[in-house]
Design a binder for this molecule. Sequence first.
Ligand code: MEV
Length: 320
Amino acid sequence: MSAERERKESSTQSPGYGQAAGKVILIGEHAVVHGVPALVAGLNRGARARATLNEQDQVFAGDDELALDHELYQGLKRLRELLDMPQTRLELQLEIPSGSGLGASAALGVAAARALVELRENVYGFETSEQQLCTAIDAWENVFHGNASGVDAAAARLGGVLEFTRGAATTPVSSTRVLNLAIAIAGPPAPTKMMVAGVARYKERNPQQFAETLAAFHSLTSNAVACLRAGDHEGLGKLFDLAQILLAGWMVSTSEIENACRIAREAGALGAKLTGSGGGGCVVAVCASPESTKQVLLSWQNAGLQAFSSEVQASLPTTK
Ligand code: MEV
């Protein structure tokens, strides 16, 4: 058997698999693009991918083969170029709503990159460094995002609760108390690229105000990290409400988002805000207990909103 044929056969027998978490930004979306730390939590659902070598690039979302002009093909091409891989069949499964602020594109990117890395190892025996993996993921993200801070990709790759600063080390945040979150899709999503560009325009027109809000976000994130570490979810809820006011000032909230936040607070949530890039998409509420989360979900569902809960367990503090 020729080496080429042997390689092809072994590749079909040894697909690469990858998976990644969705994310919810607790504090600091948009501000993080401009260098301020954000607090982000990985969700326990996200995306899965399977990759095999193929005669041509093929991308499937669930059972559907995507048309060749779908932008996921550009993401795949960027990944392949960076990992020096030939044409690939990529099968993707998404477990979270797409385009709603829960990091679907980054979760798909991380899952796909991991699948390609595993395939590369199976077929060629090449090891891939974490740095190469991160570079490939950033390239994928920039196809969809434009000026991505990298926060979504970090959460998708690492999971848990993280303090993330663009271009700096990412720090896991530990806590002994489980964080009860309720998440609703408040309205139709808006493209992240467009929302990030809108905030950049606001910054250009109002540099002084923008700098002041950015400083306020910086202290909200520091306080949120302290609240989480101390298990003070009541305090965290208040910070959610303040963050929502600041985000509305940057014109990324909508009447649907404000309405979903109000419903959550009236149902007993400790605080509520948009999560992700806004303009539509998801709202996240922090709740005191699983029972309180149920109340919030019920109120959203009664108002016709799709909603679900997520229990976030930060890593436990290490004892010295
Ligand atoms: C999107 O989930 C979060 C934004 O801050 C954009 C980014 O950080 O890349 C709006």
